[in-house]
Write a protein that binds this ligand. Structure first.
Ligand code: SF4
Length: 187
């Protein structure tokens, strides 16, 4: 069993914090393309929402899909010979809420701390050249823990504005990922 398989086995049944009680599935991580064992860029958000909870994957709900679309467009601006592999995870792997049918909420500092070993482990395994915090909560949590990272606004902000902010959001993602091109040593 490799490190990634061990990680999935250990954390997919984790009961360290109360969030497991209302979770349908632990949304540990995802990669594009699917099944990658290391990534060039890792996007770290706050926590899974309902769609992520059902599918057991981060960033697959409305906001996540918008982020994925914007990343794909931003990557085309790199004009790189090799498309970067990227991945997603969150500060917590189980949906932060107070009851099964309750609304999504921000994870507490205690929940973030309890899930931190998982987060650090997936960062170590996926070994990204670049980490990007998605939203303020992820930014503050990574900064507190001394993890170097870039940051973009949470895509729920652009979802609320229709498509009018898409281009500026794509530009902001590009601004964060452009340095990965030299790190990939691609032309
Ligand atoms: S949120 Fe993290 S620490 Fe809490 S139960 Fe889920 S995997 Fe475990």
């Amino acid at each position: 069993m490799n490190d990634l398989e061990k990680h999935i086995k250990r954390w997919s049944s984790c009961k360290l914090c109360n969030l497991h009680k209302t979770a349908s599935k632990h949304a540990l991580y995802d990669t594009e393309p699917e099944g990658a064992s290391i990534v060039d860029i890792l996007f770290v958000g706050e926590g899974p929402g309902r769609g992520e909870d059902m599918l057991g994957k981060p960033f697959v709900g409305a906001s996540g899909k918008r982020l994925r679309d914007c990343i794909e467009k931003a990557i085309t601006y790199l004009h790189a010979d090799k498309k970067p592999v990227y991945g997603f995870t969150n500060l917590v792997a189980c949906r932060p809420c107070d009851s099964k049918n309750g609304s999504n909420r921000v994870p507490t500092e205690v929940e973030v701390s309890q899930c931190c070993a998982r987060l650090m482990q997936i960062i170590m395994i996926l070994n990204p050249r670049l980490i990007i915090a998605v939203g303020n909560e992820a930014h503050f949590a990574l900064r507190t823990r001394g993890v170097p990272h870039g940051r973009v606004t949470h895509p729920s902000y652009i979802v609320r504005h229709g498509h009018e902010l898409d281009q500026s959001y794509i530009d902001s993602v590009f601004c964060e990922i452009k340095n990965v091109k030299s790190r990939l040593e691609v032309k």
